[in-house]
Design a protein around this ligand. Structure first.
Ligand SMILES: [Zn+2]
Length: 194
């Protein structure tokens, strides 16, 4: 094999093989590759959430989508995270027959809270999920809507979420007739219009 073929050959190997060829050893490989994503290889990760994102009210539709992905096999949650806040993700994972585990994160800097992973390398380009608040701000939704997932919205604000971010709709409820009689206001525009 000439040098060019060697490089081609090397590049065709997966990362583990590359490590072994370079003589770095399997332990080193595991340490480098696995510590970052709650024990899962980067190439197997479909989506990951940070701990603060996991702790937010409501659920990230991106994670729901990842759990429903037919390649998804596993939901892993960092033991440093509050499991109560992850209840809805855990429920969904069960519904879709994903294996569920929690792990101790050895790396202090590891702020990954949740990982949805496959059982094989799939190399998803972007495994991180944009901050929900940032996404909604960019879409131009009112601050009250951004700050209050799980809140109730008037018809106008509800329709606005539906139009701009339909995947977030399940994080809100419409103000009911009785809510309005009881004087409850829309968390988006602070009005009680239906
Ligand atoms: Zn409103």
């Amino acid at each position: 094999m000439d040098e060019r073929d060697k490089i081609k050959h090397f590049a065709s190997k997966d990362k583990l093989e590359q490590y072994l060829i370079q003589g770095k050893g399997i332990e080193e490989f595991k340490k480098q590759e696995k510590s970052l994503f709650l024990g899962e290889f980067r190439e197997r990760v479909i989506k990951a959430l940070s701990i603060p994102q996991l702790h937010e009210e409501g659920t990230y539709p991106e994670i729901e989508e990842a759990i429903k992905d037919p390649r998804a096999k596993k939901l892993v949650i960092n033991r440093k995270a509050d499991l109560k806040k992850a209840a809805e993700y855990i429920r969904l994972a069960k519904e879709y027959n994903l294996q569920f585990t929690t792990v101790d994160s050895e790396n202090i800097q590891d702020q990954i809270g949740l990982v949805v992973a496959s059982d094989q390398g799939i190399d998803v380009d972007n495994i991180y999920v944009k901050e929900r608040s940032e996404k909604l701000r960019e879409l131009g939704l009112p601050q009250g809507v951004i700050d209050n997932p799980k809140g109730k919205l008037c018809k106008k604000c509800y329709d606005e979420v539906k139009r701009l971010a339909p995947e977030e709709l399940k994080n809100y409820r419409p103000l009911s007739f009785f809510d309005r009689i009881l004087g409850e206001k829309c968390i988006g525009c602070k009005k009680d219009n239906g």
